[in-house]
Design a protein around this ligand. Structure first.
Ligand code: NAD
Length: 309
């Protein structure tokens, strides 16, 4: 385990992530920060009281300030507002940019060596805000989206094919929005190309459902957005870093020429280890996938240009 992981934002995603981090004992201390007085303290105490039952020794602490977060190894940023029905992720842009900027400034001061995992939406732009404000190298600023989008895609495929989720290998690239790019050419079931097991129409419907996976949950919940799968996805990224697993996970990374693109966050296959982003893997794409990735990049650049830092 590492010494300290901080989760900023003790709302649905943040608090669930903190609990998962503690239950997996990924850090000696898990610190939850939120602006609402009492909420991080209360949730942290409640989680810590589950330790003798769930059997973990990670201490969970809640606070409204950053002193307790000092020297964090990893900081997961979930602070911000979430979507309500009818809202796109980009509707959150200015409010969340201000919040992520203020959080990033605090982290820069108190945890200058931390690896940041950004969760707040619109994801690719908030990752950009965190990178710019902290000035951290790209190895230490990653966005969580692809692991979640891929998990949704894999869960829908496993259900449709009635096979174990364990046997679905897949990767969803691109921005975290309606333009995300599920790579059908790299989707296999224990090595068997998915196209041998499912007709194109059914596959297209699953791809479409994946693209709208977040909105599907928002429509059900009405007052908030998804958090069980998002928190699991952020924690999987933390786990690969803490345990130096070198997992190959789709993450939003700051591209510097990879996939022929530069100066934007986009979901690409990343090797995550103790140093954070250790490598970006460039896979061969079909002409259709490449065009879709470029379209997705354009959809990220637009709100990026609109954000004021
Ligand atoms: N990247 C993804 O795939 C993904 C998935 C799910 C949710 N999200 C995003 O994550 C964010 C959080 O979602 P949620 O469901 O947990 O929302 P939530 O409303 O339940 O929690 C957000 C928390 O942030 C806190 N907050 C606001 N300003 C803050 C600040 N300056 N410092 C510290 N805390 C602050 C709020 O008080 C609240 O407790 C949203 O922006 C949402 O869109 C992203």
């Amino acid at each position: 385990m590492v010494n300290k992981i901080t989760v900023v934002g003790a709302g649905n995603v943040g608090a669930t992530a903190a609990q998962r981090l503690a239950e997996k004992e990924l850090a000696r201390q898990v610190v939850m920060v939120d602006v609402v007085e009492g909420v991080p303290q209360g949730k942290a105490l409640d989680q810590w009281e589950s330790a003798p039952i769930e059997l973990f020794d990670s201490r969970v602490i809640g606070t409204n300030g950053y002193a307790e977060t000092a020297g964090s190894d990893i900081v997961v940023i979930t602070a911000g507002i979430a979507r309500k029905p009818g809202m796109s992720r980009d509707d959150l842009l200015n409010t969340n940019a201000g919040i992520v900027k203020s959080v990033a400034l605090e982290i820069k001061k108190t945890s200058p060596n931390a690896i940041l995992i950004v969760v707040s939406n619109p994801l690719d732009v908030m990752s950009y805000v965190a990178l710019k404000v902290t000035g951290f190298p790209r190895e230490r600023v990653l966005g969580m989206a692809g692991v979640l989008d891929t998990a949704r895609y894999r869960s829908f495929l496993a259900e449709a094919l009635d096979v174990s989720v364990r046997d679905i290998q897949a990767m969803v690239l691109g921005g975290h929005g309606d333009t995300m790019v599920p790579l059908i050419s790299y989707t296999t079931v224990s090595g068997i190309p998915v196209t041998q097991l499912m007709d194109q129409a059914k596959l297209d419907a699953i791809v479409d459902r994946t693209r709208n996976g977040g909105a599907e949950i928002v429509k059900f919940l009405k007052t908030g957005s998804a958090y069980y799968a998002p928190s699991a996805a952020a924690v999987q990224m933390c786990e690969s870093i803490v345990l130096d697993q070198k997992r190959v996970l789709p993450c939003a990374a700051w591209l510097q020429g990879e996939y022929g693109m530069k100066d934007l966050f986009l979901g690409v296959p990343c090797v995550l280890g103790r140093k954070g982003l250790e490598r970006i893997i460039e896979v061969t794409l079909t002409a259709g996938e490449r065009a879709a990735l470029e379209k997705s990049a354009a959809a990220v650049r637009e709100p990026m240009a609109a954000v004021s830092l």
